[in-house]
Write a protein that binds this ligand. Structure first.
Ligand SMILES: Cc1cc2nc3c(=O)[nH]c(=O)nc-3n(C[C@H](O)[C@H](O)[C@H](O)COP(=O)(O)OP(=O)(O)OC[C@H]3O[C@@H](n4cnc5c(N)ncnc54)[C@H](O)[C@@H]3O)c2cc1C
Length: 406
């Protein structure tokens, strides 16, 4: 059998693409190497502006019934600063406030929606090889000792940006400025249930969010050299514990919020993260989500960008399905998708990079602290600019019209 599309990775990007294409009647193979449910390095926050995406995915109800409380305030925790301000609200018929849900729950909901729509799921199977033979992509996937071959007209790389494999970005030499990502859950925190603080500390940035089951998530990125210094300072601690100790030392708000909290599960790590935009198309292979481009997670928008990029790509693929079935050149589809990707996300990528660089430098964090202490509304404005309030064209399926036919 030759599938219309082979999708590698069942994170938010891959499962969204699989569901949209399967709903349009495409035969889709969705390949995911991990066993679900699995926790993942991520702050887990989804802004109100992005909730309609979940509704379109048919998991809006499941998300709202499991997610943590409504997050109505945003804060900056750095040094002794713990200033907070209103989160911008959105009136979209689904929910006015963003909420967080553990990736062990969210990714399962999205994957199941893809399977309900008709996608064939291969899990746990890892893509280990990919070749193109006479215009058809031939993939080897491996699950335990089982090797299987799949053939498809197009491939969608939704494999994220942090793991090695045939679709991965080329490896880069280790560098002091590499950003390693960590995440922990806590029970019994004193963080107010409606508050999402941005954390700025020397050599890194992060965030906290009240999530499902009364837990809070703390996720962050830290420079490799800062991590090395912290490990020297906190000799008896693991890497993850040393990172948490570094953050508590430099953010009084975190220290206060976690004073009575207990760690829930292991501290996870990933990375180095690879912020930036990559080529999104090559010879019938399209990239979505983090595989296409990654914003510094300081703006907590990656899940919605992953889902939106899949939706942007898939509506173009569906509009051109005849050309794809006939094996015609897909370069024009890739070029149009690349333009749309930049229109929707390039500004967010640049804004996030700017904010991340301010956050990681003590002088920058100090300036940010004195600015928001004088004018707390800057926090509301920052949340709005990072995409917390703007309903995007990619949220609206009615936009999938003939205009994308080319
Ligand atoms: C510290 C931190 C905090 C963050 N906080 C937030 C936040 O609060 N809100 C937000 O919206 N975003 C946040 N993000 C970003 C968000 O996690 C990502 O943008 C999002 O996960 C991207 O989704 P994706 O589907 O592209 O990739 P992923 O979620 O990485 O999914 C990729 C999938 O592909 C699978 N895979 C990889 N290789 C293979 C292979 N060879 N074969 C088969 N399967 C494979 C993986 O197992 C994985 O399941 C954060 C990120 C970090 C680092």
């Amino acid at each position: 059998m030759i599938y219309d599309a082979l999708i590698v990775g069942a994170g938010p990007a891959g499962s969204t693409a699989a569901r949209v294409l399967a709903q349009a009647g495409w035969s889709v193979a969705l390949v995911e190497k991990s066993v679900f449910p699995r926790r993942k390095v991520c702050g887990e926050f989804i802004s109100a502006a992005s909730l309609p995406l979940l509704d379109i995915a048919d998991i809006g109800g499941g998300f709202l019934s499991q997610a943590g409380p409504e997050i109505r305030r945003v804060a900056l925790f750095t040094g002794a600063t713990t200033t907070n301000a209103a989160m911008p609200s959105v009136h979209n018929g689904v929910g006015a406030w963003g909420r967080a849900l553990g990736r062990e729950h969210l990714d399962g909901l999205l994957r199941d929606a893809a399977v309900r729509a008709g996608a064939a799921l291969f899990q746990p199977f890892k893509l280990v090889d990919l070749q193109r033979v006479d215009g058809i992509h031939v993939a080897q996937i491996q699950g335990g000792k089982t090797l299987q071959q799949l053939a498809a007209r197009i491939v969608i790389a939704a494999n994220g940006s942090w793991e090695r494999g045939p679709l991965s970005l080329p490896a880069r030499p280790r560098h002091a400025a590499d950003l390693l990502a960590f995440k922990a859950h806590f029970h019994g925190s004193d963080l107010p249930k409606d508050l999402m603080p941005l954390l700025m500390f020397p050599g890194g940035y992060g965030g906290m969010a009240p999530t499902d089951g009364g837990r809070i998530s703390l996720s962050c990125c830290i420079r490799r050299d800062t991590l090395t210094q912290s490990r020297r300072l906190f000799r008896d601690l693991s890497a993850g514990e040393a990172v948490l100790a570094h953050i508590r030392r430099h953010c009084e708000g975190v220290q206060d919020a976690l004073r009575r909290a207990q760690l829930a599960g292991a501290i996870l790590s990933a990375g180095p993260i690879r912020p930036g935009l990559r080529p999104v198309h090559r010879a019938g292979l399209f990239r979505v989500g983090n595989a296409a481009g990654e914003a510094h997670p300081v703006i907590a928008e990656g899940i919605s960008m992953a889902m939106q990029s899949s939706w942007l790509l898939c509506r173009r693929l569906i509009a051109n399905e005849r050309a794809i079935a006939d094996g015609r050149d897909t370069r024009h589809i890739g070029a149009a998708y690349a333009r749309e990707w930049r229109t929707h996300f390039a500004l967010r990528l640049h804004a996030a990079a700017g904010l991340a660089h301010i956050a990681m430098r003590p002088a920058g964090a100090g300036l940010a602290a004195s600015a928001v202490e004088r004018l707390p509304r800057l926090l509301t404005w920052g949340a709005r600019v990072s995409g917390k309030a703007a309903a995007d064209v990619a949220h609206d399926p009615s936009q999938a019209d003939v205009a994308v036919r080319s």
